[in-house]
Design a protein around this ligand. Sequence first.
Ligand code: ZN
Length: 343
Amino acid sequence: MMIGQSRRRTLRARRTAALAAAALTASLALTACGGSSSAKGTDGKLNVVASFYPMEFLAQQIGKDHVSVTDLTAPGVEPHDLELTAKQVATVQKADAILYLKGLQPTVDQAVGQSSSKHKVDATAASPLVDHHLDAETSGDGHQSGGPAGDPHVWLDPTRYAAIARSVGDEFAKADPSHAEDYRKNTDELVTKLTALDQDFANGLKSTRTRTFVTSHAAFGYLADHYGLTQVAVNGVDPESEPTPARLAEVQKAAKDNGVTTVFFETLVSPKLAETVAKDLGLKTAVLDPLEGVKDPSKDDYLTVMKQNLANLQAALGATATTDATTGATATATATADATATS
Ligand SMILES: [Zn+2]
């Protein structure tokens, strides 16, 4: 779906602000280190193109000040229907390294195929896609999930995301051998954080009143598989599609049978559908963020958003483990911000 011109401009402006903030953070980091690396110009960096946020985060965490990262999907933009500009295609062509997820964004796949870059990391090579026969599937809707390529949302399982991180670290070491040691160290640090996150999810979701959650966008199949939960999606894999009355009746039955309290919606798409469904079923709504983009990269990242997701899942599923108070507070703030942004 196309977004309005003014919204696009706003997003561009935000993107520029975010880039400026990122540049500032990078220069502060260099100052703090006080090392010789601060003498290195932009030209000395590995030019990395990332197809969307989860790949951008890996590039930044693993590459740190040795890389210059371009994300093809601007913050706050839903990545599924991304169309590349001629300039972006040229950027992909010239990149030293490209990180992408084959099957998620056909136009990106095409540009990567035409790029002469010797360092291409396809997330699905490190974490093969599974075809989740989503309960939610109502029709063929153009999104790849459930199609021949499988469900693309692998990054939402922290252990799969860690495997992808390792492949990024290996490729950076090959592309820029003089900093191979740093890439290895940064990868290890990130994998340690992802392992801790996985433990938090496993412990936090161990004991719950129900194992079933209802979500508008069927993005959480891998997460559900890994932690023994059942995802019931209202409108399948395309976040913008409308569910049929038959599908709504199925969701209603699943919700009733499993003591579901909450309908989750995501952050990049209007919560209207989830709100309507929740109202019809007499349920609450809350955010479950598929991390296809983050609205404010200076405030949130993969790790903080996943912790919010965990807190929100624990609340909805009736977890007996205690929720971290700080995380809970952040989650509430995000939900309020989203409601304002999308209304
Ligand atoms: Zn998706």
